[in-house]
Ligand binder design. Structure first.
Ligand code: SF4
Length: 698
């Protein structure tokens, strides 16, 4: 009812990569409720997080003043009450806090060299804020040790996509499924993690589309599927190679497409000869006939899409998993036409945009290599500054190890929570405690902020203007509906003030100026201007003219590689880093659940979401619980080689009998105390999706 609010503001949901457009309804300076808008990705739809998960922005735990660690504070550790941080910190003015933050980082730079300071930026901030963050580390400290949560998310998918199709973004929007007649959803649970995208997948099946779901864990989307393949955890390559083997053996591939659009087919074909379904059936836990059926079903489609998530990417062979999916799409001619494409479903609302903006250690904006002298010089000429390192920087987990090695001594962390999100998080927390100077910019005293020397109070999405880019390559305008609480400020403003104190020549007074600078060296933003986004709200890149709403499908006439062809890269079966044994006989898989978002800092402070899922929980098969003498609802202890957590056990037939599923949003039973930090050699992504674990009655 329009009488229930004073004003309404169009913005973008802050949670998943679907990027639903929302209308924030405001009364008396507070967001009262949210409605879905007719955005290109959601057409009015919202999930429970988008509709009810906004009230964290008004939570009493918001940091409203700059905070500086007290001289007499206890030793750094996970020991700050977020409701009462003044036991460890004292309030300060912005000038004092910024001076202390900048001088601490500058002192390390000037004493130990620029590489003694590293940065984690945020996929929850805007494109402009991500761009400024990477620029500050490169320009201010002279190196590329800057990263963000893509390293824990789709870095391996991006590595495989850049290698084989020449671009790290999706080749088709997920809405293109309306033109498909077959689709694979593998290693993701869209009904929980990308719920609005899942509604399009369900609609597709209603009009006869064939949906093939593949995942070690069962899921509700399988009710709509023609095939549900609950394969062995970690067996992705054997499963996908077996499917491709059948396509080759039975001549079901698209020879014309392969010959005109791809390279290295003969090598791929020869490689697949070793992966018959009969040989792979035991390894992947799916019978040979089903593998053959799935291969025939996908290859018979006139247009097919492939969607994947963290179940594919978070393995030490994550890049190989994506290589297989790319090969499957290429051999069936399923890239570059309506209803066809490769689509890694991006996790956070701006992980696509933050990566595009160069918030990664190997690429400047638009995935231009830091090792290329011409590329660096194009940026330093715009930045009017000297050159910076031509070496690829360290990634998230490498920076943590570098702290332990004594090289990285200071960090600037904006909106990331490595004290919860990193694998083997005890190791990560110990590293944060070792830092000589840690500046954390966030809206709450997160677990990471517990280790800070200075906490800079930041803004939530509904308190600032800026662009974000969703999983569909849609650049969208987020707008402020309410003022930040207390002295909290927009993140871009804090970055600018910090940069000035680090001696940088930054004069920005509005994010639109940052966007204009980004466009100078980012071809992806061609024809996309701030003014256009202000009036149109969303433009998909690439946009071919100022009138073009953007291309939903790309690469129909060639790939952005040297010879315009996509490449087949064969993949071998690699065992997970640690195998279950007598001591740790089960397999631990971590992930998200519908109501909670990543490390829980926002959704656990949202009344509705926290009321639905208030307690740390894990899921095991009912037979496994019985064998362990545990009743659903009882406490269970989970132990890996890294540590132990105790939490409530649930019975779930979707989980295999030798598996445990554990959401990672709960600090009281932090899943990443258990996970393995072994990484994929290409994407450098940790193996969150496979740890050997022991489950016991408490
Ligand atoms: Fe927000 Fe994602 Fe839900 Fe849309 S699907 S409302 S973007 S969490």
């Amino acid at each position: 009812d329009s009488e229930d609010y004073d004003s309404e503001v169009a913005s973008v949901c802050p949670f998943c990569g679907v990027g639903c457009q929302i209308s924030l309804k405001v009364k008396d300076g507070r967001v009262k409720f949210v409605e879905g808008l007719d955005g290109p990705a959601n057409e009015g739809r919202l999930c429970v997080k988008g509709r009810f998960g906004f009230d964290y922005i008004h939570h009493a735990h918001r940091v409203t003043k700059p905070l500086i660690r007290r001289d007499d504070a206890p030793e750094k550790g996970l020991n700050v009450d977020p409701a009462n941080p003044l036991t460890h910190f004292r309030e300060a003015t912005w000038d004092e806090a910024l001076d202390v933050a900048a001088s601490g980082l500058a002192h390390l730079r000037d004493t130990h060299g620029g590489a003694s300071v590293a940065g984690f930026g945020s996929a929850k901030c805007t494109n402009e804020e991500a761009y400024l963050f990477q620029k500050m580390i490169r320009q201010g400290f002279g190196h590329n040790n800057v990263d963000h949560c893509t390293r824990l998310c789709h870095a391996s998918s991006v590595a495989a996509l850049i290698e084989n199709v020449g671009s790290g973004a999706v080749t088709a929007t997920f809405n293109e499924i309306e033109n498909a007649d077959v689709a694979i959803v593998i290693g993701c649970n869209p009904a929980e993690n990308h719920p609005v995208a899942a509604t399009y997948f369900k609609q597709f099946t209603k009009r006869g589309g064939k949906l093939i779901v593949m995942d070690p864990r069962g899921q509700s989307l399988s009710r709509f599927a023609t095939h549900m393949l609950q394969f062995r955890p970690g067996a992705d390559v054997s499963l996908l190679n077996a499917i491709m083997h059948v396509i080759v053996e039975e001549g079901l591939y698209d020879a014309a497409y392969i010959s005109s659009m791809t390279e290295n087919w003969e090598a791929e074909k020869a490689h697949l000869a070793d992966f018959s379904p009969e040989k792979m059936a035991d390894i992947c836990g799916i019978d040979a006939q089903t593998l053959r059926d799935v291969a025939r079903t996908f290859a018979a489609g006139k247009a097919g899409m492939i969607f994947w998530g963290m179940g594919v990417s978070q393995h030490i062979h994550g890049t190989d998993n994506s290589r297989c999916l790319i090969s499957l799409a290429l051999m069936t001619g399923n890239v570059g036409k309506p209803g066809a494409g490769l689509h890694p479903l991006r996790g956070q609302n701006n992980v696509q945009g933050a990566s595009d903006a160069g918030l990664v250690p190997m690429f400047l904006p638009d995935y231009q290599s830091v090792t290329d002298d011409g590329v660096r010089s194009a940026f330093t000429s715009v930045w009017q500054s000297g050159d910076f390192s031509a070496e690829k920087g360290l990634t998230v987990t490498e920076i943590i190890n570098d702290i332990h090695a004594g090289n990285t001594r200071g960090m600037y962390i904006l909106g990331e929570n490595p004290a919860m999100s990193d694998p083997d998080v005890t190791h990560a927390r110990d590293a944060l405690a070792k830092l000589e100077h840690l500046v954390v910019q966030d809206i709450f005293v997160t677990e990471t902020a517990n280790y800070a020397d200075v906490i800079l109070p930041a803004s939530a999405f509904a308190e600032k203007i800026g662009t974000v880019t969703n999983t569909n390559r849609q650049v969208q305008m987020g707008r402020p509906a309410v003022a930040p609480p207390g002295d909290a400020r927009e993140d871009w403003w804090i970055e600018v003030e910090l940069a000035k104190r680090l001696g940088l020549n930054w004069t920005y007074t509005h994010p639109s100026q940052v966007f204009a600078e980004m466009a100078l060296n980012m071809k992806s933003l061609l024809n996309i201007t701030w003014a256009r986004l202000e009036t149109q709200n969303a433009v998909t890149y690439p946009s071919l003219s100022p009138e073009d709403p953007g291309q939903a499908i790309v690469f129909g006439d060639g790939f952005p590689r040297d010879n315009n062809r996509a490449k087949f890269t064969p993949a071998d079966v690699i065992a997970p880093d640690e195998a279950p044994d007598a001591e740790y006989p089960m397999i631990l898989i971590t992930g998200r659940q519908l109501e909670h978002w990543h490390t829980g800092s926002m959704t656990r402070r949202s009344k509705v979401l926290d009321a639905v899922e208030p307690e740390a929980n894990c899921s095991l098969h009912p037979k496994t619980l019985r064998a362990l003498g545990i009743t659903a609802g009882d406490f269970i202890r989970l132990t890996t080689r890294r540590g132990t957590v105790a939490l409530m056990a649930r019975a779930d037939r979707a989980v295999a009998e030798d598996m445990v599923f554990l959401p990672f949003a709960f600090v009281e039973a932090a899943a990443n105390i258990l996970t393995n930090s072994a990484i994929d050699p290409y994407g450098k992504i940790p193996e969150f999706k496979f740890s050997a674990v022991r489950a016991e009655k408490v």
